[in-house]
Design a protein around this ligand. Structure first.
Ligand SMILES: [Zn+2]
Length: 65
């Protein structure tokens, strides 16, 4: 077995998931298992909430520049 195979196996190990919030980061609605929408380091109840959050973030960035 080549060394590289070993390395790949170790990389496969998924680190323990970080703490998951129980509420949507946008509307604060309670998140059900499997129902949440994870994107860009945020947890949301739906794609809509995520998009709103993304827009808000983009607006913030625009202001900075
Ligand atoms: Zn939401």
């Amino acid at each position: 077995m080549p060394e590289e195979t070993k390395k790949q196996d170790e990389a496969k190990k998924v680190p323990e998931a970080a703490e998951k919030p129980t509420n949507c980061m946008k509307c604060n609605k309670r998140l059900k298992r499997k129902a949440w929408y994870y994107k860009n380091n945020g947890y949301y109840c739906s794609k809509g909430c995520w998009q709103q959050a993304v827009k808000a973030l983009a607006a913030k960035k625009d202001k900075k520049t």
